[in-house]
Design a protein around this ligand. Structure first.
Ligand code: GLA
Ligand code: ZN
Length: 669
């Protein structure tokens, strides 16, 4: 179930409740000129719609929606439960979170309600229910936006009690729990659930949230938090569904956001959506990885780009502008990866408070002759022109990358072998290598069906559980290639080491055995001469058990032992990379794997040129070309195609030029 539209919804967060009526008139005039047809409203309206516990007032929201409908605009209606009104926190102090240090917070900010608070749950669902009752049949309603950017952790007594209930459901008996957490270590054997505390600075942790005496407990608290916030989402969704059986509901995710395992949420969303604010120095594949992760949530179904800034953020210490053309490029990159909506935060800048300098389509002066407004309007026209061409289109990927929150958590809360290894720093280079070689990549959960793929990349797959190892072996059996890296196959679902050779359940597929591993400071680089690369951080010492050596370590007592191996398995291969190779090293390994399956794209040698493919429901193939450089790119066209943005037709073999930061959306013939 996803919102139905005849073109890409274009618009964004809109908070007209902050402004007098004349400003609304002006807004709508400017929206029309910019091709803005979709407004996300009500995200922060709780204090307005419920000024006191027994008073609901939808007058302003009625006007916002009625006006949108009158202007032929559609609305993504938020339930507004992410920012508490002051009266609520005052009357029910339990809604304020208790932090990692054990401090009960007082009223302030947003996104900080206790997920286990009965008062919060009751009042938030009541609000969602009333909104659904009131607006289910409103002509402007396109989608439900439940809450906003769920996240964060609470350590209060209500959460402690809810955690104990969650543990009872999960383990059934204390024996099972003690065994899972390996509590005999340090005399932790629990004799009653009441003895269990949330893992915090007051209990199992030191030096912050990643240093825990019991990984099993901390892992379960991550999972519990994911489920507790999911419970809040589901409670709102359920009351909406009771009153509105048809309008699709989502909540806006944050891409590679460590605190919540979005895979546990995915089946409960009608469609996925997310807010893209890439780190400042992120290369283009970073945002692409997040898009592909979000697309992977619903088995490859398109998602919504719920927010991005049209120009600049405000929350960072330094907030650079998007250069001319960058917004357009980022938007088409999202569409290329499966976005079926392109929305901004925000349409008009807030006058006060901490986001007053956050970029907006319309700034404080209300002008329509700014560079940003002009770029937004020009893009609006292009999105209009694209029409329904990309709607519902799927990515025909033959490469999968396994992305696993449990592995992310387990790796980063582990004592040893190295605190310097960060999950995304391992995953991203492999994704990047595949994308820059021109392969479309599905980023999927460990439970995903792997049968559509020729290549499965499993970087830092620290935790292996269920039948995953068997399914990976099946990929190789039938001729595919599986690639794993250092620190893969180390622990079971409770973070207990396997009582077997490393890499545990992956050892047969990889044809190796690892008894020892070295780790060194970040500055130390270990040469890997055969591929002209070097490794860092962790150096697993690989013994061959059927695999062959592709590249070796160049120095130290393990010089000459394998750093990269390949094992023939069934009709296919298992590759293992035992250290954190530099990007050129990762590129070489990944390209060799992709080449075996003919998955290197036609423009793989053009640095900074990204390609992505989508197949529309009617079978039409779209190829997106995205020039991420500030220079023009000269290509020889690989296909006969028509550019949907310019109408220009190119025959295979013709010259094809992309402007600096230019984009082509080619409909292949
Ligand atoms: C998030 C929130 C928005 C806004 C933007 C600013 O994505 O959802 O309400 O605060 O950040 O970047
Ligand atoms: Zn709590």
């Amino acid at each position: 179930m996803s919102p139905s539209s005849s073109k890409i919804p274009y618009g964004g967060d809109y908070n007209p409740e902050q402004w007098p009526q004349e400003v609304w008139d002006e807004d709508h005039r400017l929206f029309t000129r910019a091709g803005i047809d979709t407004l996300t409203v009500g995200v922060f309206s709780w204090a307005l719609t419920q000024p006191a516990e027994d008073t609901y007032d939808f007058t302003v929201l009625d006007r916002v929606l009625d006006r949108a409908a009158a202007e032929d605009r559609q609305v993504c209606l938020a339930t507004g439960t992410a920012a508490l009104p002051p009266w609520l926190a005052k009357r029910y102090p339990e809604v304020n979170r208790t932090d990692f240090e054990g401090r009960r917070h007082r009223y302030g900010q947003r996104h900080n309600f206790c997920p286990s608070s009965p008062a919060y749950r009751r009042l938030a669902t009541e609000m969602a229910s009333r909104l659904a009752e009131r607006y289910a049949d409103h002509p402007a309603l396109l989608a439900w936006h439940i809450n906003n950017e769920y996240g964060g952790t609470c350590y209060c007594d209500l959460c402690a009690a809810a955690f104990r209930d969650w543990l009872r459901d999960r383990y059934g008996t204390l024996d099972a729990l003690n065994d899972a957490w390996w509590t005999t270590f340090w005399s932790h054997r629990y004799t009653s659930l009441e003895e269990i505390e949330p893992p915090s600075a007051l209990t199992e942790h030191w030096r912050g949230p990643d240093h825990t005496a019991f990984q099993g407990i901390t892992l379960d608290y991550f999972r519990f938090t994911t489920d507790a916030l999911l419970g809040c989402f589901l409670a709102e969704k359920e009351v909406i569904r009771a009153r509105d059986p048809v309008t699709p509901a989502t909540t806006n995710f944050m891409g590679m956001f460590r605190p919540l395992d979005y895979h546990r949420w995915a089946s409960h969303l009608d469609f996925a959506s997310w807010d893209s604010y890439p780190p400042l120095d992120a290369p283009p594949p970073w945002a692409a990885l997040a898009h592909d992760l979000m697309r992977g949530l619903k088995d490859g179904a398109p998602f919504w780009l719920m927010e991005q800034t049209p120009s600049t953020t405000a929350s960072r210490d330094v907030n650079p502008l998007r250069r001319p053309g960058e917004l357009r490029l980022a938007t088409f990159q999202a569409i290329a990866h499966g976005a079926d909506a392109a929305l901004y935060f925000q349409l008009r800048a807030s006058r006060g408070a901490c986001e007053k300098y956050h970029g907006a389509v319309i700034g404080h002066a209300g002008r329509d002759d700014t560079r940003v407004y002009r770029e937004v309007a020009a893009l609006g026209a292009e999105v209009e022109q694209l029409g329904d061409a990309s709607l519902g289109a799927r990515t025909p990927a033959r490469t999968a990358l396994l992305f696993d929150w449990d592995s992310w958590w387990a790796l980063e809360i582990s004592d040893g072998p190295s605190r310097l290894v960060k999950y995304l720093d391992v995953v991203h280079p492999y994704y990047r290598a595949a994308r820059e070689a021109g392969a479309d990549v599905d980023v999927v959960a460990h439970t995903a069906d792997l049968t559509p793929y020729d290549v499965v990349l499993a970087p830092a797959l620290h935790m292996v559980r269920g039948d995953l190892a068997t399914r990976l072996e099946a990929v190789a059996e039938r001729g595919g290639t599986v690639l794993a890296t250092f620190l893969s196959g180390r622990v079971d679902e409770h973070d207990r080491a396997f009582l077997a050779d490393v890499p545990g359940l992956l050892a047969p597929l990889m044809g190796i055995r690892i008894d020892e591993w070295d780790s060194r400071q970040a500055e130390f680089a270990q040469p890997v001469p055969e591929i002209g690369s070097s490794g860092r951080l962790v150096f697993e010492i690989v013994q061959l058990r059927g695999a062959e050596t592709i590249a070796t370590y160049g120095t130290d007592f393990y010089a000459g032992t394998a750093a990269v191996t390949r094992n023939r398995y069934g009709q296919g291969e298992g590759w293992y990379v035992a250290t954190a190779l530099d990007q050129p090293g990762v590129d070489q390994v990944v390209r060799r794997v992709l080449a075996r399956h003919g998955l290197i794209g036609p423009y793989a040698d053009h640095e900074g040129l990204e390609t992505a493919t989508r197949v529309a429901p009617d079978g039409t193939r779209l190829r997106f070309l995205l020039n991420h450089t500030a220079e023009p790119v000269e290509l020889t066209a690989h296909d006969t195609a028509t550019d949907l943005l310019t109408g220009k037709r190119t025959e295979a073999g013709d010259p094809l030029t992309l402007d600096p930061r230019g984009v082509a959306v080619l409909r292949l013939q």
